[in-house]
Design a protein around this ligand. Structure first.
Ligand code: ZN
Length: 159
């Protein structure tokens, strides 16, 4: 873990809250290059009606545009929830140096839970991974989202 990890994870949490406000699963992401945030993203899957609209994909697309390169060497990606298989794949494809994760996703995560696609020796690139940065805050946001969702559902069913 680096000194600045919590600071950038807080920024990723801000993005996650944007998703929350749209009633999307609250997942947020920022990408840092040379000590600066170069892109941000949050989950918009329902809003955009797009299975690709994950926080990480959005942030990777913007970061590549900003750097004018598909390679994101020297970049660190901060994400509030462990990446899925698609995002872990995109992270490796982008040659990202490092990934910092808030909380893990035991049922779907591909950075150590179900699989660890970020660190397969036989691929041509592996990313350094740091887990559990502001873990409580990240998981509490998810929990409160799903709690609220269940309550809303109950109210609907009751009406
Ligand atoms: Zn994903």
């Amino acid at each position: 873990m680096k000194d600045t990890d919590e600071k950038y994870m807080k920024e990723a949490l801000k993005q996650a809250k944007k998703a929350y406000a749209l009633e999307e699963t609250p997942i947020g992401c920022v990408i840092v290059h040379e000590g600066k945030i170069i892109s941000r993203g949050y989950n918009r899957r329902n809003t955009d009606k797009n299975p690709l609209a994950h926080a990480e994909i959005t942030a990777i697309r913007k970061a590549s545009k900003k750097l004018g390169d598909w390679r994101l060497e020297g970049c660190t990606l901060y994400v509030t929830l462990e990446p899925c298989q698609m995002c872990a794949g995109a992270i490796i494809q982008s040659r990202m140096d490092r990934v910092v994760i808030g909380c893990m996703n035991p049922k779907a995560g591909c950075a150590g839970s179900v699989l660890n696609l970020l660190q397969v020796d036989r691929f041509n690139h592996q990313a350094d991974v740091t887990r559990g940065v502001l873990e409580e805050k990240c998981s509490e946001l998810m929990k409160s989202f799903f709690r609220e969702l269940r309550e809303k559902k109950k109210k609907k069913e009751g009406a």
